[in-house]
Design a protein around this ligand. Structure first.
Ligand SMILES: Nc1ncnc2c1ncn2[C@@H]1O[C@H](COP(=O)(O)OP(=O)(O)OP(=O)(O)O)[C@@H](O)[C@H]1O
Ligand SMILES: [Mg+2]
Length: 322
């Protein structure tokens, strides 16, 4: 579709190990419209970070993309040479990393780091770069008297805001955020998410926000992709997934957190562990943990297929027949 900023098509990516190739992302497809907020959720090890790294082309040393395409405004990023891709990374698409709070350089002040980010990619004067740094700090609610501060002089929430300011200072079209708030307390997490939502409305960039905590995403994201063992098992508008999750795994995740407004229910949680990705089991990867699984689920891989209300579901029992 012409309006889509990003299209990921049947992407396979992972890590070469002595024992073989770990397919951490296995046949993932998704699309992101301009200005859309996509949340990606799933348990630890399901491939969320690998997907983000693949999109940013940051997989190195035996890690990489095996097949599939990543189209940014229709152009296949996987086919670009490194120099051509560098025109996209940080300027058109930026990422805030999982360990973002500690990713700031400890020996450089906030001002130096923000200005360096600008000067590395734009031919502007130092005064202009400083003005951009101040403007961006204001946007993330940090007073400019913090410009000379070093990372250790800032609270965790402030460091996180500085990282977001760094990622946004070149006004990218896509912001990829990998668990950017997990090390923060819940109140700070929420205020940072609200801030990101506010900046998105102001600048119109698209967001991919990755977390294992689905409860953070349901209110703020437009769409949700739920990942399990390297694959997307349910994908669609957040509201629909929240109100009527179709995949048993999504239902398990949704019942693992308390609703703010609904009746009090027992916290669900899902028994068991996700499979290893070196030799994933045949059939549906969730079947061994699924209370609804039938014999066919252990034999045939379900593909993502329309399951009503604009969503796709990969479950033989709940719409995703294909
Ligand atoms: N460098 C590596 N070498 C081999 N396997 C790896 C490597 N990094 C990650 N993996 C494997 O790839 C799979 C996906 O990892 P990934 O970090 O993408 O998961 P994640 O969903 O981001 O998890 P988390 O929520 O813990 O951050 C896991 O099974 C992991 O063990
Ligand atoms: Mg991760």
């Amino acid at each position: 579709m012409a309006d889509n900023l990003l299209e990921v098509e049947d992407l396979a990516a992972g890590y070469e190990t002595k024992a073989g190739f770990v397919r951490a992302v296995d046949g993932v497809s998704l699309s992101l419209a301009k200005g859309e907020f996509l949340g990606i959720a799933g348990e630890s090890g399901c491939g969320k970070s690998t997907l983000a790294y693949a999109v940013m082309r940051l997989l190195r040393d035996g890690a990489g993309i095996r097949s599939g395409r990543i189209l940014f405004e229709g152009r296949d990023l996987t086919a670009l040479g490194e120099a051509a891709f560098n025109e996209y990374r940080w300027t058109r698409m930026a990422m805030v990393f999982q360990s973002a709070m500690n990713a700031l350089n400890p020996v450089l002040s906030v001002e130096e780091q923000l200005m360096d980010a600008v000067l590395a990619h734009r031919s502007v004067s130092k005064a202009e770069a400083r003005a951009m740094a101040i403007e961006m700090l204001h946007l993330v609610d940090i007073h400019e008297d913090r410009l000379k501060a070093y990372p250790h002089q800032l609270s965790g929430g402030m460091r996180q805001r500085v990282m977001i300011a760094m990622a946004l200072i070149l006004k990218p079209d896509l912001l990829v955020m990998d668990e950017p708030t997990t090390a923060l307390d819940v109140v700070v997490q929420r205020s940072i998410l609200q801030k990101i939502g506010e900046l998105r409305r102001k600048f119109g960039f698209s967001i991919i926000f990755i977390t294992h905590d689905l409860s953070l995403l349901v209110e703020i994201s437009d769409s949700l992709a739920i990942m399990y063992a390297g694959k997307i098992c349910e994908y669609g508008p957040s509201r629909e997934l929240y109100v009527s999750p179709a995949h048993p795994y999504t239902r398990g995740l949704m019942s693992s957190f308390p609703s703010l407004t609904g009746p009090i229910v027992r916290m669900g949680g899902i028994e068991g562990q996700a499979p290893g990705l070196l030799y994933p089991p045949p059939g549906c990867r969730f079947a061994p943990r699924c209370s609804e699984a039938k014999p066919i689920c252990f034999e045939q891989v379900p593909s993502l297929a329309p399951a009503g209300e604009g969503r796709l579901c990969a479950c033989r029992l709940n719409g995703g027949m294909a």
